[in-house]
Design a protein around this ligand. Structure first.
Ligand SMILES: [Fe+2]
Length: 205
């Protein structure tokens, strides 16, 4: 007996006369209605080949952005030392901003007719950002990891944006340049200044 049939039959009242139509039919499974890697046609004036390539590129950006967001959260929780408070707050602010980008990138993938990468194990397979250890690392290492991830994303955005423009997909170009790239560049500035070795109390003579 299939799960849906079992659930439907369990919704019958104990006297067996009629099904209770208000009972939720839970535990259902079915075939996918769209496979990952395929696009459906959307009436936005772009051909299938263009949409397929944009979706592929945006899924890479999405997987790396989700990973960078999670790296910020990890560091937000695990940061230590005399800059704890400011970095604890800064890392959380950047995680929130990356999370907004995640949604914008994902929704553009769907509007192009594609399917977003979404779950953690699928993201882990796709991302090119180096996996950090489960344990806690020092602030300079945390920041170095963040900057490397940002630089990877900046390079990818410029390359994919240029390709999207060549294909005539200016919406993807605009998202990658105006939103994703610009925000990553700004976050790099805020984070990288913490790696400048300046005296805290006494100036060098
Ligand atoms: Fe928090």
């Amino acid at each position: 007996m299939s799960a849906s049939t079992q659930s439907a039959s369990s919704s019958k009242q104990s006297n067996g006369t009629r099904a209770n139509s208000a009972t939720p039919l839970s535990h259902q499974r079915g075939k996918e209605i769209q496979s990952y890697g395929k696009v459906v046609r959307m009436p936005i004036g772009l051909d299938e080949k263009t949409c397929l390539q944009s979706v592929k590129d945006l899924n890479q950006i999405l997987a790396d952005t989700i990973t960078l967001r999670d790296l910020y959260k990890k560091h937000h929780w695990q940061v230590s030392g005399h800059t704890f408070y400011q970095l604890h707050l800064l890392f959380d602010k950047h995680a929130g901003e990356q999370d907004e980008q995640v949604d914008m990138i994902a929704e553009r993938i769907q509007l192009l007719g594609g399917i977003t990468v979404a779950m953690a194990h699928d993201v882990a397979e796709l991302t090119k950002i180096e996996r950090p250890p489960k344990g806690r690392e020092s602030v300079p290492v945390q920041i170095s990891r963040l900057l490397e991830a940002h630089e990877h994303l900046c390079k990818l955005c410029r390359s994919f944006a240029s390709d999207a423009s060549d294909r005539g997909d200016e919406g993807t170009n605009d998202l990658l340049i105006s939103d994703v790239l610009r925000m990553n560049e700004l976050q790099v500035w805020f984070v990288s200044e913490h790696l400048v070795d300046t005296p805290l109390v006494k100036a060098d003579e």
